[in-house]
Ligand binder design. Structure first.
Ligand SMILES: Nc1ncnc2c1ncn2[C@@H]1O[C@H](COP(=O)(O)OP(=O)(O)OP(=O)(O)O)[C@@H](O)[C@H]1O
Length: 377
């Protein structure tokens, strides 16, 4: 850019100059206007939910795919369309936040009634009854998306929650509920891990969201650039580099975060165009967006275990437990549950090793660079 020679702030952009047109398009809660390369998945969802619009119970769906492949966005898009249909209520529950059956139904209650259930606490039965009565009285079909359902499994609440939703019509005749279960944990077999009593009523359609390839990523990021940056601020060579780095991680969220950070780096250099070096400089931070999101969702106890593993490096599970127990007073069973959860979330690695003549034991270590974990804890 041209910096005026007599500009007292030489080397800086003035407050109203920016590479961005609308920085909001890079925020996590932004729902993009165009949603490309997910046509078949959107078809599956619409096919399954179409009966709801006619007043019948919809088909259930399992949505699976690695992080950052558009699963939540697909639900948001379809639900936005359903919102215009009379007689249908669509509720997305983020199970990272609401990870028990009670919390899931409280969230549904809140969406239906537009106020929270009494905080003094009512029994689950009563909460469930009020939700069901409201649906029957108003002749409404309910579609519930359990987003990031893996968190219900970690808490041992998945079977009970699904049982209540899927068999609601038995306890409360006339209720029509369809469930979309969304999981980004590919090691979790959503159906196999449910109790038999739930499996017998759960025969879902499947929608799989594969990682985007580099060309698809470039297409999607180009839309974001057009909406978020000033014309000409991001040359194609830079977009291609961002797409390449994003493809290495498989998570579109990394690409979006990388664009924003690269834009900020360009502004720091007082430049109106983003250069490749701005991208390279931002990648170390951007590639950890998923880690940072996972760490933020942990409870205090779970965080404590991450810290203990960081301090103890590559040690046996039994030794790490001693340190963990000293700080939290928790028992071995709970400890093992948390180890398994952190392992499935890809925060720690817990690998078995054969002990001479004494069976097997696990060694625990961080799955990421220690500094990155500490920075985001
Ligand atoms: N096809 C697409 N077009 C435009 N933006 C997309 C597309 N797919 C994903 N995104 C964007 O990528 C980011 C991650 O997408 P989303 O949250 O839907 O992924 P997810 O599969 O639900 O991830 P997770 O499993 O980690 O919850 C969001 O900012 C979303 O807007």
């Amino acid at each position: 850019m041209n910096v005026m020679a007599d500009d007292p702030e030489e080397g800086m952009l003035s407050w109203d100059e920016s590479v961005f047109r609308d920085e909001h398009v890079f925020e996590i809660d932004y729902v993009p206007e165009a949603f490309r390369h997910r046509e078949s998945q959107m078809e599956t969802l619409k096919y399954a939910l179409r009966p709801a619009v006619r007043g019948s119970r919809p088909l259930n769906v399992v949505v699976r795919g690695p992080p950052g492949t558009g699963k939540t966005t697909a639900i948001q898009k379809v639900f936005a369309e359903l919102d215009h249909q009379p007689g249908v209520r669509a509720v997305r529950v983020n199970c990272q936040v609401d990870s028990t059956r009670y919390a899931v139904f409280s969230r549904i209650f809140e969406e239906l009634f537009e106020y929270e259930p009494p905080s003094s606490g009512i029994s689950f039965k009563k909460l469930f009854g009020q939700v069901a009565d409201s649906l029957v009285d108003n002749e409404e079909v309910l579609v519930v998306a359990l987003d990031d359902v893996n968190y219900l499994f970690y808490e041992g609440e998945a079977s009970d929650t699904l049982y209540s939703l899927l068999r609601a019509h038995e306890a409360h005749p006339g209720t029509k509920i369809g469930v979309i279960v969304v999981s980004s944990d590919l090691d979790l077999d959503v159906i196999d891990d449910l109790d038999g009593r739930v499996q017998s009523v759960f025969r879902p359609e499947e929608a799989y969201f594969p990682v985007y390839d580099v060309t698809e990523i470039a297409d999607i990021l180009q839309d974001r650039i057009d909406a978020g940056f000033q014309d000409g601020a991001v040359p194609t060579t830079v977009t291609d580099r961002v797409a390449e780095l994003t493809a290495e991680t498989g998570d579109l969220r990394v690409g979006i975060d990388l664009l924003r950070r690269a834009g900020l780096n360009a502004e720091r250099r007082a430049s109106r165009t983003v250069e490749r070096q701005d991208v390279e400089d931002a990648f170390d931070d951007a590639k950890h967006v998923h880690l940072s999101r996972n760490l933020r969702a942990l409870t205090d106890t779970e965080r404590t275990l991450v810290k203990v593993v960081a301090e103890h490096g590559d040690e046996r599970a039994g030794d790490v437990y001693d340190a963990f127990h000293e700080r939290t007073d928790l028992g071995y069973t709970r400890y093992t549950e948390i180890v398994n959860k952190l392992d499935t979330l890809g925060i720690i690695e817990a690998e078995y090793e054969q002990l001479e003549g004494r069976g097997r034991s696990r060694r625990l270590r961080l799955a990421h660079d220690e500094d990155a974990v500490r920075d985001h804890l």
